[in-house]
Design a protein around this ligand. Structure first.
Ligand SMILES: *Cc1c(COP(=O)(O)O)cnc(C)c1O
Length: 363
């Protein structure tokens, strides 16, 4: 029986092994171990690829969010609108800045928050709207940016799952005031360890993010802001420069797998993921909804198909936020967390494995 892994990171490494090892050795031998050319060249390439004027490499995706909120001076007394269904990092960044979380329920078909949902949650204290391009599906940035501009609030987009995604034909990295990225190994653009970035078209915000991630300094031993230390490692930047040149091709492989799932799984008790007409998603995850999700997951496991749940418990029901909201505060997030199931998808998943997954789903 074939065993289908959810995502095979060592296969990804081996596909590019020679190029990656050359890049790693080059960086190791360079004599520059913080910043330097590898980081600068990656930042330039990623800014261009993501459709933005500036890219600042940082330590990870959580720091990218925190630094973006700090650059906008979001803090105590300010409200930040977030999705009720996201990876907990989106929420933790807000909490760690001392700002107040205002969760908004997603549209249950797209799993994304909408401008209408956000509009109903705006108050005079709203400082930032923080949509997430969840599962690689771009949020509706046109209406969200219009709403934000009308109300004088800023937008930080969490793009950790959406490297290469497009909205109305445009790369998403320049659409919000600031967009944040993670290069955690399993992301569409993944390092061999932690990494992250912030992209923006605003040179002043870019400078602030860069200073805040470098002890609040732009000139050695002069500290203008109470910053932190969060920088992209040059060894990871060297790896990411190689992998960025494969991102489009690897996203196209994900797209082909997603299209097979969509075409060949049209009959079943599940609901297939939904893509907006003006969005080009990058299928970080392929997420079904099924009323007996746990039964289906067990059944697939006995047939060798590994699936995951993104995410089994929404942030408001995590121990980290105990006491802050009643369990039933966000019924859409609760229902999605009970029904979602992520099928294997990735650039190294073979056609035979995709066929096996499809055969195992009882249509
Ligand atoms: C992965 C992820 C993050 C955090 O990234 P790290 O690099 O692990 O800190 C933030 N938001 C979302 C939506 C993510 O998927």
């Amino acid at each position: 029986m074939s065993r289908v892994p959810f995502l095979d990171l060592s296969a990804a490494y081996h596909e590019l092994r020679d190029e990656l090892e050359d890049a790693l050795l080059r960086a190791a031998r360079s004599g520059f171990y913080i910043g330097g050319e590898e980081v600068a060249l990656f930042e330039r390439a990623f800014a261009a690829h993501s459709g933005s004027a500036h890219c600042i490499g940082v330590g990870n995706g959580l720091d990218a969010l925190r630094l973006s909120l700090l650059a906008l001076e979001a803090g105590p007394g300010d409200e930040v609108i977030v999705p009720s269904n996201t990876f907990i990092a989106t929420w933790l960044a807000v909490s760690q800045c001392g700002a107040t979380l205002v969760p908004v329920e997603p549209n249950p078909d797209s799993h994304l928050i909408t401008a209408d949902g956000i509009a109903a949650a705006l108050t005079p204290r709203t400082k930032v709207i923080l949509p997430v391009h969840l599962y690689g599906q771009p949020a509706e940035m046109g209406p969200i940016m219009d709403l934000a501009r009308r109300h004088g609030v800023k937008v930080v987009a969490d793009a950790a799952q959406a490297h290469g995604a497009r909205y109305r034909g445009q790369a998403i990295g320049g659409l919000a005031d600031l967009s944040t990225w993670s290069f955690y190994p399993s992301k569409n653009l993944g390092a061999l360890g932690d990494g992250g970035a912030v992209t923006t078209n605003d040179p002043i915000l870019a400078e602030r993010v860069r200073m805040l991630g470098n002890y609040g300094s732009r000139e050695k031993y002069l500290f203008e802001l109470p910053g932190m230390n969060s920088r992209l490692d040059p060894l990871q930047a060297a790896v990411l420069r190689v992998k960025l040149t494969y991102l489009e091709e690897w996203n196209a492989r994900r797209q082909r797998i997603a299209q097979r799932y969509i075409d060949e799984l049209s009959n079943g008790e599940w609901r297939l993921p939904n893509t907006a007409a003006d969005a080009d998603p990058v299928w970080h995850l392929f997420v079904l909804r099924h009323p007996q999700r746990d039964v289906l997951q067990r059944q697939l496991r006995t047939q060798g198909v590994e699936t995951l749940i993104h995410y089994p418990l929404p942030p408001h029901r995590q121990q980290a936020y105990r006491g802050a909201w009643p369990a039933d505060a966000f019924p859409v997030a609760n229902q999605l967390s009970a029904e979602v199931l992520s099928l294997p998808i990735g650039p190294q998943l073979s056609d035979d494995h995709v066929s096996h997954v499809i055969r195992c789903l009882p249509g």
